[in-house]
Write a protein that binds this ligand. Structure first.
Ligand code: GDP
Length: 304
């Protein structure tokens, strides 16, 4: 059992099993079939537009492949979901882009509680294990305890964390971290940022300032700006995403807590509405519960 299968239990028990159940009651491919399919998809949180588009595309595909029995129809549906996901993205490449020379800097953005710090902790362990020299920057100086939390993750995996006093300018933490990364030849620097929503304008200005410092100190950096979204918040996640995307150059999504939601269809909605690649998914609270996103593993996982 891979961690996709375990982490997707809840989604599978609704999205997957809804589709499975739908297919189990298969009678014939007629207009009722497509209407019921559309309804099943909407209930699974893939979003209204997406649900309509998927069933339209499936209508054509079922005709084209002349699928008439249950097995043939389910194969078409699974293949189509994978294909639809793959087509949505403008950036097909899911992997992290590493600098060919000098430190790679990855900025993590997202609102409080979505799982930024946890994701950075997991990533730090992952890349450290691959033999990379990893440095962390605790640039959320606003939320009490955020720095400490990142330090705990750092200690766990033996990764150094650059910090500043609570309430200090996060840009100065970033400046220190970037310079340490350069001087001491680190391979990657992960920057944790604040996610307070009370003052969006301030937050966005702060993120921009950090980004400018990184750009100024290291040519080509930040290589990635990863927006972390909590999949359990459904449509809220999409609203947050639009806000961040409008003010920062987000390069990819980390979708956390997929293990805690029955609404895994959100992956398709995010892809469809934001045209950003989901690069990683969080499938639990443990350090190993982070996976590079893979559309076909994901879709096949739903139908297990
Ligand atoms: P931040 O405020 O964005 O830095 O969020 P945190 O990293 O502090 O995470 C908030 C909560 O979500 C913590 O209790 C984490 O353990 C939990 N969390 C983060 N990622 C995942 C995940 O993939 N699955 C589950 N089940 N919990 C997660």
């Amino acid at each position: 059992e891979n961690s996709y299968e375990k982490g997707l239990e809840k989604t599978r028990s609704t999205f997957g099993s809804r589709l499975n159940e739908f297919l189990a009651n298969f009678r014939s491919v007629d207009e009722d079939f497509f209407e019921e399919l559309e309804e099943t998809l909407i209930k699974s949180d893939v979003g209204f537009e997406m649900a309509v588009s998927i069933s339209d595309q499936l209508r054509d595909e079922v005709k084209l492949k002349n699928a008439k029995n249950k097995q043939a129809v389910s194969n078409v549906i699974i293949e189509k979901l994978v294909q639809i996901y793959d087509q949505q993205g403008e950036h097909e490449d899911n992997s992290i882009h590493f600098a060919s020379q000098g430190p790679t800097v990855i900025l993590f953005v997202g609102v409080n509680g979505v799982g930024k710090t946890t994701t950075i902790g997991k990533m730090a362990a992952k890349y450290k294990q691959q033999g990379k020299r990893v440095l962390l920057a605790a640039a959320d100086t606003f939320r009490a305890g955020a720095t400490k939390q990142l330090q705990v993750w750092g200690e766990r995996s033996g990764v150094e964390v650059i910090t500043g006093p609570d309430g200090s300018d996060p840009a100065s933490v970033v400046f220190d971290a970037v310079n340490k990364a350069k001087q001491d030849n680190y391979d990657v620097l992960f920057v944790d940022t604040a996610g307070r929503l009370q003052n969006k304008v301030n937050l966005m200005n702060e993120l921009e300032k950090m980004k400018r410092i990184i750009e100024r100190e290291i040519i080509g950096a930040p290589q990635e700006v990863l927006l972390v979204l909590d999949s359990t918040t459904g449509q809220n996640a999409l609203t947050q995403a639009k806000m961040f995307k409008d003010s920062t150059d987000v390069t990819g999504i980390v979708l956390t807590k997929l293990d805690g939601t029955a609404r895994g269809g959100i992956v398709l909605a995010i892809r469809n509405e934001l045209h950003l690649p989901v690069k990683f998914v969080g499938l639990g609270e443990k350090v190993t519960d982070l996976q590079e996103f893979n559309a076909s593993e994901y879709v096949y996982g739903l139908f297990k």
